[in-house]
Design a protein around this ligand. Structure first.
Ligand SMILES: Nc1nc2c(ncn2[C@@H]2O[C@H](COP(=O)(O)OP(=O)(O)OP(=O)(O)O)[C@@H](O)[C@H]2O)c(=O)[nH]1
Ligand SMILES: [Zn+2]
Length: 352
């Protein structure tokens, strides 16, 4: 259950040695302002935690837990430590120390949900595949709404995009048996995240896989201050696998990771080794193996175009993130400055 494995057992043992106290393993199932909820591995019970109580441990401040994390709980049930992450999805962040901010951890498969009708977009699939590579997560593809196209068309699309992902399926919600190969591919300890455009069928597929409605899994809980908030559980564990669904995660689509993009466009990356110049932009340089392949019909010009646009977008993201980081640093510097002056004035006041 929950994806617990000997690997986590090992991490927990190390954490217990460092903490010099036994810890209980729990998986973070929801995060909200100031706290969240987690599922305790040995009992299966869900408990809430507060990140500022009893005290914000320094490590937790620097490395706040995200949904999917494994944590070690102390005797009081507070999070003592977050175990190392095997994979994590991140988005451009605003933190002072880094450009990217993790939003979900320990995901085994990024399930790209793309409808067969309207026509699937290979560009959108590629962007999600690059995201998976950047996070070290296995990319899977589920083409939905197979009932709306000919079986031959569905097969043709599957064959065309199969090389991009580790597993590919075509399913129809109208035909229960079409889900069997996907169900069988998921092992009970796999943690999946479903991503895809709006209307692709993610909710429908999630419900079919879990056999329950996520909307009805909403839980009411107190935040300890007497105010009540309704949060949707963001990690749902079932005997058939674990589905993680945090706000904003479904729409993630671009990665600034150039290596992950290169990995996605493996054919282009291979060809690029034959370019005369190592820093060839495949634009106008002489001896460009990629343009030559396009001219010879060995490489699809549209694929090259998508590759170049994705790399350019990644570059723009990095520039934007740098600018954000720079502004955040300036804000912090100005804050420190103000604080310094206030302290100095307070000291003067005491001397008087
Ligand atoms: N014909 C057909 N319709 C489907 C299938 N799967 C989902 N749909 C329909 O497609 C629509 C969108 O499905 P959702 O599951 O809500 O899509 P979603 O990806 O969760 O959408 P967002 O919540 O906007 O991100 C609904 O009307 C579903 O009934 C399918 O296999 N075949
Ligand atoms: Zn080139």
């Amino acid at each position: 259950m929950l994806g617990w494995s000997p690997r986590w057992q090992g991490y927990l043992a190390v954490a217990e040695m460092e903490a010099k106290t036994p810890l209980r393993a729990a998986r973070i199932s929801a995060i909200h302002r100031g706290g969240g909820e987690c599922i305790v591995a040995d009992s299966g019970e869900t408990t809430t935690f507060n990140l500022s109580y009893p005290h914000p441990a320094r490590a937790l401040e620097q490395w706040p837990p995200v949904v999917g994390d494994w944590a070690g709980l102390d005797a009081e049930g507070a999070i003592a430590t977050v175990l190392p992450r095997v994979t994590y999805l991140e988005r451009a962040g605003v933190s002072r120390s880094s450009l990217m901010q993790p939003i979900a951890a320990n995901i085994d498969a990024l399930v790209i949900v793309e409808p067969l009708r309207p026509s699937p977009s290979i560009g959108r699939i590629e962007r999600f595949v690059a995201l998976a590579h950047a996070a070290g997560i296995s990319p899977w593809l589920v083409l939905t709404k197979a009932d709306l196209v000919d079986a031959a068309d569905a097969r043709e699309v599957l064959e065309r995009v199969d090389y991009l992902v580790d597993r590919a399926f075509a399913v129809s919600n109208a035909e229960e048996s079409s889900l069997t190969p996907l169900r069988e591919a998921i092992t009970p300890h796999d943690t999946l995240v479903l991503v895809g455009r709006s209307g692709a069928g993610k909710t429908t597929l999630t419900n079919a896989l879990l056999g329950l409605s996520l909307a009805t899994a909403a839980v009411r809980e107190g935040d300890g201050k007497g105010r009540h908030t309704t949060t949707r559980r963001q990690l749902v564990a079932t005997p058939h696998g674990i589905i993680l669904d945090t706000p904003g995660i479904r729409a993630l689509a671009a990665t600034p990771d150039a290596d992950a993009i290169d990995e996605t466009f493996a054919a282009i990356t291979d060809l690029a080794r034959g370019c005369r110049f190592a820093d060839c932009t495949h634009d106008a340089e002489p001896g460009c193996a990629i343009r030559e392949a396009v001219d010879l019909g060995d490489l699809d010009a549209a694929e090259l175009d998508r590759y170049r646009r994705m790399r350019a977008e990644a570059q723009r993201q990095i520039v934007r993130a740098d600018a954000r980081l720079h502004r955040a640093e300036q804000r912090q510097a100005s804050k420190n400055n103000t604080r310094g002056r206030r302290d100095a004035m307070a000291r003067k006041g005491r001397r008087r």
